[in-house]
Design a protein around this ligand. Structure first.
Ligand code: MN
Length: 286
């Protein structure tokens, strides 16, 4: 059984643009080595937005050197980027964007959602790229809810959707540059489940809704994250209420992390180069 190495408590929310009220569960600013290959996780909402047609979100901005994974639980997000791609991500959908050598994009509530109003809840996870792939060609994987298998857990414990990696012989649809498991779990009140995750990998259990005991801990509430040891393999979840959980597990990338805002590279020189390239227009345009 893995041991619990800490509970990361939900910090005060802040706004990303005018569309995403987020709590940052962790960030590469202070947790790069501990959370590798994951760089950052923002949990947005749940929050109810009015039916006023107002455009809410984040306008054009760049990224380089990593991937952004947007998982929508409620509401709808619309995206457009400098590779010419775009689309709407709705409940159950995932957008896996590889910024690689450089991308410009914008992220807004969809216009249909702005008109209808309603609840918005989503996660944006940043996943690091190994040094050899940081300057890979930008692109994205549009993963719809129907692309993700849903496995029913034993004893009516709930359901598990492997977004990346696999579960119970069912592969998740995302292609990744380094080995990882990203599981979207819905646990029923009283549900218990036990998993084995690779020894040596970073493993974290993010509680988005509800209350879950992790490897015998006191119940961990919504907006908090349980971080487990890299040693051993077992993870046991016990839901005190109906709960929404994101399980992250990945092989650490043991390389230096130097980040500045939207760029995450290996050296300070590469960050300066990113700013220079952005100014020279090599990121393209929207
Ligand atoms: Mn972005």
């Amino acid at each position: 059984m893995k041991t619990l190495s800490g509970i990361i408590k939900a910090p005060t929310p802040h706004w990303v643009g005018n569309g995403f009220p987020v709590r940052s569960l962790f960030s590469y600013h202070d947790q790069a080595a501990r959370m590798s290959p994951f760089l950052l996780l923002d949990h947005a909402g749940p929050m109810r937005f009015p039916a006023d047609g107002m455009k809410r979100g984040v306008g054009e901005h760049p990224h380089r050197g990593f991937e952004t994974v947007t998982i929508v639980y409620q509401g709808e997000v619309e995206h457009r980027d400098s590779t010419g791609q775009g689309g709407v991500i709705g409940p159950g959908d995932v957008q896996w964007m590889t910024a690689g050598a450089g991308i410009l994009h914008e992220e807004f509530h969809s216009s249909a959602f702005s008109r209808s109003g309603g609840d918005l809840q989503m996660v944006q996870l940043w996943v690091n790229l190994p040094r050899q792939d940081k300057m890979t060609r930008p692109g994205y994987q549009a993963i719809t809810s129907a692309d993700i298998p849903e496995v029913v857990l034993d004893n009516n414990a709930g359901t598990l959707r492997p977004i990346a990696g696999s579960f119970d012989g069912q592969p998740g649809p995302a292609n990744t540059f380094s080995p990882m498991q990203i599981w979207d779990l819905k646990l029923n009140a009283g549900g218990q489940a036990r998993f084995d995750l690779p020894e040596g990998w970073t493993t974290a259990v993010v509680i988005l809704e509800g209350e879950v005991s992790v490897n015998g801990s006191d119940p961990v509430g919504d907006g908090n994250m349980a971080l487990l040891s890299r040693r051993d393999t077992g993870v046991r979840l016990q839901a005190a209420q109906n709960s929404l959980v994101l399980l992250l597990s990945g092989e650490p990338i043991n390389e230096p992390v130097v980040g500045h805002g939207p760029f995450v590279m290996n050296t300070r020189q590469e960050i300066l180069q990113a700013f220079e390239d952005l100014q020279r227009g090599t990121f393209g345009s929207l």
